[in-house]
Every structure is written in structure tokens, then in C-alpha cells.
Ligand binder design. Structure first.
Ligand code: NAP
Length: 539
């Protein structure tokens, strides 16, 4: 391996690059940087690779994006040799895949586990980052890449009295590795987003009584998960690069069958046929039925009502069905994909408590109190999601030039150039940061695009003999304004969702991801790179 240090900033640094996080982003970043001959150290908070697919071990956890396309494509050998067993593999299978990739590309020696990063401080004098883990150990590196994930900082609402609860408390995203046995227990679940939707049916099978506390009903499309047919897999693999390219050319980077331009330009009969067939196929492709769900309330209402009627048809108790039937726009919050979700509410041991108006008042030693009613339980599961997109970064004390604090600068919402880099934070990159399409797209292709862009940028800098890069403040402001402007054109920015930070108490509401679609974003990044990285300043 060549030592590239001569051409990089901070020649005295311990490493050329430090990567924070060994999820799918950090793993691929390590691979690409090492390929360039850089000395890299990855710091990972968890005990293994895989990020999301390491932490989210709750019962029922599985990906809800078709896995033949939710997987790495950077290595054709890898994508040809790896055998997925299911359309939507379980967390265990995804974690096994992450470990396989780490074995195959010999990534293990450069990853340091159980090392949550607490601080990252830029030294103007040394021209390097000093990164400190929670135990006080420090390493220095010329470049710092934050591969900290969009949905990794756990959100646990601060319910009054929680510390007095006498039973067990769990969060879906921090599930014990040894599992939890709810047999014979009365269990409360708070939260009905994707994590709740996947875990509630599994808990219901085990617990004596399950009480679900719902603040907002969600749209849940059936997953219809199944084993993958070898013939179908062979067909995809035979044409993998072309099919991947087709997926990347789509708005969300997914390989969805494209529907019509408008739900209201067709007859009700035709529209319902389309919805019915997508419901039967299952999964997120329902979103691609028509292109105007996020621009026309009338179009949106047709899909919303179709799903509400499905719920009314499945759930036997009409009052429960009406509670489950979502009131907000379809797709405004992240669409959920589930298995037997609505059916679970027909079980005698499952009840639904509406906390949309009368909120949870407090947690008592014996259970959950809402108004005058106390729901006595042995365990509480928080399926309350994440401080999305900015939480993982703001929980680290990140200081740039003149000791600028990222936490302070992002107090009123994130500001970043292309969601890739931040003014005042030289030689720092983010993978799928706020202001990039990230969570509105298929995450793995989005991760690969960012990692490739960063790698190419660093290679270009080395070729030109420059060692310091930082976005210009004006270019950043222009990008942020553009991100906000197009978010305002979409109804997606109008409801309470984690895209806007409204699930976290006190968080400023700003629509954080770039909503202009994956192809437009990739074009923009490519244009900027080909024009010599416009909007960035170099030294
Ligand atoms: P989430 O979508 O944010 O859902 C959190 C739930 O907790 C919501 O129902 C929320 O209600 C509720 N909640 C939060 N604070 C509450 C409070 N104080 N009182 C009562 N209820 C409260 O989180 P998530 O389910 O973990 O999913 C987050 C994202 O992760 C998903 O949208 C998806 O992108 C990803 N994910 C993907 C998969 C997959 O691929 N299969 C699985 C899980 C998660 P409100 O809606 O009213 O805020």
C-alpha cells in the first residue's frame, strides 16, 4: 500500500482519514479510501458492522425495500455470488451480508468497535481532525468522514415518571442481542411507525396482552414477503448492471414499475384496478402508482381512501378500524410495509389506545397512565424512532474553524452543501447528510453515490496537490435555499414527520432531505465535480 500522506493535509496525523460509523456507508467508504492507498481508521459505536442492520434487532425487523436492489453494486462479483433468500430479508440476514462483505474485502482490521465518537475537533494549526471516543482516546486524521447514518440516534420521549417504572423498558433500535421473552406478559408498545408496524404482530404472538399506544395511524402496505425464486434471481443477475442503472434512473433509485402521471386523469375503475394490483404485489412500489400523489390533494385522497377501505375490510371492530385509518396525506410520513399488521388488531389479546389527543400523561411503577386510565404492564417497548438526519451528528461535539460548533450552527435546522460537506468544517464529509436525497431514496445506491463522489474528489485533490477543501458559504446557502424551495412545492413537507424533525420535542421543523429525486441530484453532483468542484474552496 502506498502512503498517500505526502499529498494530504496534516502530514503529522495518525491517519489519512477517519470514518465515523461502520454501517453500509462506513464499510464502503473504508473500502474505497483504502483502495486509493489511504491509511484509514473506522470508529464504530456498536459491536459489529452493519449499522442499522446491527442495531435494529427487534423481532420482525426486516428491510422493506426489495433486497436484490437494496444491496451493494460496486462489486459485480459480490452481487453475483451473494445469495439472498427472501424478497425482504430479516435483520439477521442483512447483518450476515454486512459481515460477509467485511470478510470478503478484509475490512475488519481497520475497524475499531465499541468506540462511540464523542468529539471531532478541527485544528487549524495542524490542519487535521482530532477525533475522540467516549473513553477519551484520541486519533488524528487529515479527513473526517461522518458515516453516522440518517436513522441512528435513538429518540426516547421523556415521559414523566419513566424512571419509576418497575418493569423492563426496551427501544426497538437497541434491542438486546440475547432477545426478550414476553411469554405470559402484559406489554405496552408506544409508536406505530415502521418499527412498530413490523414488531407489533410478532409481540402479539408471544405476549399475554399487548396494548398499542398510537399517536398517528399509518398507511401500511402488505409486504407479501416470500422466498426468492431461483429463476427470478438468475434473471436479475444475468442483467444486473443494466437493471441497477434503470433503478438509479428512477426518482427514488428503486426498481419500481412506473405508473401513470396522474391518479385523477383516469377513471375510478382503472385507478382502483391499479391500486388493487399494487396491493396484491405488495411493498413500497404502491407509491409509484401515480406521479401526482405529492402535488395533488385530490389524487392523494384516492390512494388514501383505497387504503382506509382496505383497513375497514380487514379490521373487524369498526371503532378500531377507524382509529387505525390514517387521517394525514398518504406518503406524507414514510410509508410502512407490514405483515399481518392490521390483522393483528383482530386478536383478543391486542388493544389499541388512541393518544393523538389525550397524550400519555406519565409512566407509573405499574404501567402507563392516559387521563384517568392506567394500563398495567410488565414491559414497555419504545418504537419511537430516531432523531433523524441531524441527531447522530449533533450528539457529537463537532468543532470547525474558529471553534465553530455544528450543534450551534444547526440549531435552526441543518445547513450543508449538497448534504455532503459543511462550510466552516474543512476536510469533513458526510455520507447521505441532510440536503441530499438519502432517506427519500433507496439508501444503498445513495450511499454508493456519495462514497464514490467523495473518493473521486479526494483523488482529484491529490492529483492537483491541494489538501484542504471546504464549501463556500454562498454556495451552501444557495443549495439550502433550493432544498427548502422544492420541499415547499411538495405536500410531503406539510405534515408532522421525522423528515421535518417534528417527532423530536424542541427540534426545529425543517424538511431535511432533498426532494428533487435521485437522478437530478446525481446530475448536480456530477456537474459540480466536472466543473472543478464549483462551490468548494481549496487550499
Ligand atoms: P417513526 O416512524 O418515527 O415512528 C415513531 C412512532 O412513535 C410514531 O408512531 C410516533 O408517533 C410515535 N411517537 C413518538 N413519540 C411519541 C410520544 N411522545 N407519544 C406517543 N407516540 C410517540 O420511527 P420508526 O418506526 O423507528 O421508523 C423510522 C424510520 O426508520 C422509518 O420511517 C423508516 O424509514 C426506517 N425503518 C425502516 C424499516 C425497514 O426498512 N423495514 C424498519 C424500521 C424503520 P407520530 O407519528 O405521531 O410522531
Amino acid at each position: 500500500m502506498t502512503n498517500a500522506n505526502d499529498n494530504l493535509a496534516g502530514a503529522d496525523a495518525d491517519f489519512d482519514a477517519v470514518v465515523v460509523g461502520a454501517g453500509f456507508a462506513g464499510m464502503y467508504m473504508l473500502y474505497r479510501l483504502r483502495e486509493q492507498g489511504l491509511r484509514v481508521r473506522v470508529l464504530e459505536a456498536g459491536g459489529s458492522v452493519g449499522g442499522t442492520w446491527y442495531w435494529n434487532r427487534y423481532p420482525g425487523a426486516r428491510v422493506d425495500t426489495e433486497t436484490m436492489f437494496y444491496s451493494y453494486q460496486f462489486s459485480n462479483e459480490l452481487q453475483q455470488e451473494w445469495e439472498w433468500t427472501q424478497r425482504y430479508p430479516s435483520q439477521e440476514e442483512l447483518h450476515a451480508y454486512a459481515k460477509h462483505v467485511t470478510d470478503r474485502f478484509e475490512l475488519w482490521p481497520d475497524i475499531q468497535f465499541d468506540s462511540p465518537v464523542a468529539k471531532a475537533i478541527w485544528s487549524e494549526e495542524q490542519q487535521y481532525w482530532s477525533v475522540e471516543t467516549a473513553d477519551g482516546a484520541q486519533i488524528t486524521a487529515s479527513y473526517c468522514v461522518m458515516a453516522t447514518g440518517c436513522l441512528s440516534a435513538v429518540n426516547t420521549p421523556k415521559f414523566k415518571g419513566l424512571e419509576n417504572f418497575s418493569g423492563a423498558v426496551h427501544h426497538t433500535a437497541r434491542w438486546p442481542e440475547v432477545g426478550v421473552d414476553f411469554t405470559g406478559q402484559h406489554v405496552a408498545v408506544i409508536g406505530t411507525g415502521s418499527s412498530g408496524v413490523q414488531s407489533i404482530p410478532v409481540f402479539a404472538e408471544q405476549a399475554a396482552q399487548l396494548t398499542v399506544f398510537q399517536r398517528t395511524g399509518n398507511y401500511v402496505i402488505p409486504a407479501h414477503n416470500r422466498g426468492l425464486d431461483p429463476a427470478e434471481v438468475a434473471e436479475i443477475k444475468a442483467d444486473y448492471p443494466a437493471l441497477r442503472a434503470k433503478a438509479s434512473a428512477s426518482f427514488s433509485g428503486n426498481y419500481f414499475p412506473v405508473g401513470g402521471p396522474s391518479a385523477v386523469a383516469v377513471s375510478e375503475e382503472e385507478r382502483n384496478r391499479e391500486y388493487e394490483s399494487r396491493w396484491e404485489v405488495g411493498g413500497l412500489a404502491f407509491m409509484a402508482a401515480y406521479a401526482d400523489f405529492m402535488t395533488s390533494e385530490e389524487a392523494n385522497e384516492t390512494a388514501s381512501e383505497f387504503i382506509r377501505n382496505k383497513i375497514r375490510g380487514i379490521v373487524k371492530d369498526p371503532a378500531t378500524a377507524e382509529l387505525l385509518a390514517p387521517k394525514q396525506l398518504f406518503m406524507c410520513k414514510r410509508l410502512c410495509v407490514g405483515t399481518d399488521y392490521y390483522e393483528t388488531y383482530n386478536r383478543d389479546n391486542v388493544s389499541l389506545v388512541d393518544v393523538s389527543e389525550a397524550a400519555i400523561d406519565e409512566i407509573l411503577p405499574e404501567g402507563v397512565r392516559v387521563g384517568e386510565t392506567v394500563y398495567e404492564v410488565d414491559a414497555i417497548v419504545f418504537a419511537t424512532g430516531f432523531d433523524a438526519m441531524t441527531g447522530a451528528l449533533k450528539r457529537i461535539d463537532i468543532r470547525g474553524v474558529e471553534n465553530a460548533s455544528l450543534r450551534d450552527l444547526w440549531e435552526d435546522g441543518p445547513r450543508a452543501y449538497l448534504g455532503l460537506a459543511i462550510s466552516k468544517f474543512p476536510n469533513m464529509f458526510m455520507i447521505t447528510g441532510p440536503g441530499s436525497p438519502s432517506v427519500l431514496t433507496n439508501m444503498i445506491p445513495s450511499i454508493e453515490q456519495h462514497v464514490d463522489w467523495i473518493t473521486d474528489c479526494l483523488a482529484d485533490m491529490r492529483a492537483r496537490g491541494v489538501s484542504r477543501i471546504e464549501p463556500e458559504a454562498d454556495a451552501q446557502e444557495e443549495w439550502v435555499a433550493h432544498v427548502n424551495e422544492i420541499a415547499d412545492l411538495s405536500m410531503r413537507s406539510t405534515c408532522s414527520s421525522w423528515y421535518l424533525g417534528s417527532n423530536v420535542e424542541g427540534k426545529t421543523r425543517v424538511f431535511m432531505p432533498y426532494i428533487g429525486g435521485f437522478p437530478a441530484y446525481v446530475r448536480k453532483c456530477d456537474e459540480i465535480a466536472s466543473a472543478g468542484y464549483t462551490g468548494f474552496s481549496f487550499r
